[in-house]
Design a protein around this ligand. Structure first.
Ligand code: C2O
Ligand code: CU
Ligand code: CU
Length: 503
């Protein structure tokens, strides 16, 4: 314990000196290690002003690990949004403010879509012509962004699509992409992080003939469970005080909510259960595993099914990434005290396994026909993206976001290779989750090597490690101006974002 505190304090002292922080985002081990070996750094710690160090220490130390879920509340399942009428696939989505009882008997001020906190699930079928009436009932500007959806830029809800308080906009698009778990959230310039933090986030399920015929668990809320992971800091009045909790390097909290549920547990039957994981947090990375060490099966990435199921013991998701996994509760060695845990062992979601046996579902051997062609692999790199910096000193290709500046242009329907490089600094740097709007892309390589099996599928967000170079093959099906950015929401708000114009 003493050692841990010392290391953390040491780490923080270096942060203070160099004016930047990566304590939140770099794997602890790696960081502690590099800190311990550096004698010079050790000396600077001795010189540190104790007060500054204590304060910084406190604020950082508090946010590092998550409290264990006690499992006292059954997980809430977002309702599936009803269509406006029977004739069309038309929805109304309202951004609202409200009060939510997250803690027993206490009202927390929150934001939500069509409710006080988070949003409903919108279900589309491939081929649907979808109409969404978006209404801003907040008293500040917002936008409605459909993360992962392949739509024309004027329906994408980026920072150019501001909807003022009391105003509304109807968007329309055809769903042409395959089955996937996507999500929606606001994207107003400089305010995305705060609005998401306060509760604006919802799910989109796209289904198609393939997804409904594979035989996978698909009983919504029963054996097909969405899990939106978000960490928050509640003040002593149990309020979300973004201004106080905010960290320029990504706001991290000690309290986990899943689908807005505090201390959640999930009751399941002895059957295969599909968990649709969404890292919906502002900045925290999660590495999910079962506390028994059992493996689970990943079936889908951000934008669709993997070709083949992949057995894993753990999976890391950086902010905005999704993965669908299947846990077979009829096959586990023990069902007592079973839980989904984070890398550091903190209990995220305890499972209560009932004696009932559930539905028979299967995980087919072949789920998709995703492919990366020779041609795509051999295309030259035509766009380079360099991610750099920390705190509010974050840039892409040395620049901060400027809504008037177009950084790249690309032809509609033409595949290009982008290379995303995370340039380290003296501190080593930190992971940046990199996201591109309006499209799903393919990972060609990570540092020249084939991506891991479970990333050989459609992606719209990727983690990029310090000094890592990721090549992707990307095509836009629609025209307009799209954002690309770091999905640590504070980095995005601090200008770690650029624009590509598709012509
Ligand atoms: Cu989740 Cu710019 O998006
Ligand atoms: Cu997006
Ligand atoms: Cu970043």
């Amino acid at each position: 314990m003493g050692i841990k505190i010392k290391i953390t304090a040491l780490a923080i002292s270096i942060l203070v000196i160099s004016g930047c922080s990566n304590a939140n985002s770099q794997p602890d081990e790696e960081m502690d290690h590099s800190m311990m070996n550096d004698e010079e750094m050790d000396h600077s710690m001795m010189d540190m002003d104790d007060d500054v160090m204590e304060n910084e220490h406190m604020s950082h130390d508090e946010v590092v690990s998550l409290n264990d879920s006690t499992g006292e509340n059954e997980l809430k399942i977002p309702s599936m949004l009803e269509r406006d009428n029977k004739e069309e696939v038309a929805y109304t989505v309202r951004a609202q403010k409200g009060k939510t009882e997250i803690f027993d008997g206490i009202e927390t001020n929150t934001y939500g879509y069509n409710g006080t906190f988070l949003g409903p699930m919108l279900r589309f079928d491939k081929g649907d012509i979808v109409k969404i009436r978006t209404i801003n009932e907040l008293d500040e500007n917002t936008t409605f962004h459909w993360h992962g959806l392949e739509v024309a830029a004027d329906a994408d809800g980026g920072p150019h699509d501001v909807i003022k308080p009391g105003e509304e906009k109807i968007i329309e698009f055809k769903v042409e992409q395959e089955a996937a778990t996507l999500w929606f959230h606001p994207h107003p310039e400089g305010k995305t992080a705060e609005q998401v933090y306060n509760g604006l986030a919802g799910l989109i399920y796209i289904e198609d003939d393939n997804s409904t015929s594979l035989g996978l668990p698909n009983d919504y809320g029963k054996n097909d469970i969405p899990l939106i992971f978000q960490d928050k800091t509640f003040d002593d009045k149990k309020q979300l005080n973004y201004g106080a909790a905010m960290n320029d390097d990504g706001t991290i909290g000690d309290t986990l909510l899943i689908n807005g549920t505090l201390n959640p547990k999930l009751t399941v039957k002895k059957e295969k259960v599909r968990l649709r994981l969404l890292n919906g947090s502002n900045a925290r990375n999660f590495t999910f595993k079962l506390n028994t060490g059992d493996s689970f099966i990943q079936i889908a990435t951000d934008g669709g099914f993997l070709n083949d199921p992949v057995a894993l013991k753990e999976i890391t998701l950086t902010p905005s990434e999704r993965a669908e996994i299947v846990v077979d509760f009829s096959q586990l060695n023990t069902t007592n005290d079973l839980a989904l845990i984070n890398e550091d062992g903190s209990i995220l979601l305890p499972f209560e396994v009932s004696d009932q046996s559930g539905k028979i579902s299967r995980i087919p051997g072949k789920m998709n026909n995703f492919s990366l062609t020779e041609e795509e692999m051999n295309l030259p790199v035509t766009k380079k993206v360099e991610l750099f910096g920390m705190m509010d000193q974050v840039t892409i290709n040395g620049k901060k976001f400027d809504s008037e500046r177009i950084d790249f242009t690309q032809q509609q329907g033409v595949t290009e290779v982008w290379e995303i490089y995370n340039k380290p600094d003296e501190m080593g740097g930190m992971i940046h989750p990199f996201h591109i709007h309006g499209t799903q892309f393919k990972i060609i390589s990570r540092d020249g090597k084939e991506p891991p099996e479970n990333e050989r599928g459609w992606k719209d967000s990727i983690s990029v490690q310090p000094d890592e170079r990721v090549k992707i093959a990307i095509q836009f099906k629609h025209k307009g101006v799209y954002m690309f950015h770091c999905h640590i929401l504070e980095h995005e708000d601090n200008g770690m974002m650029g624009q590509v114009k598709v012509e």
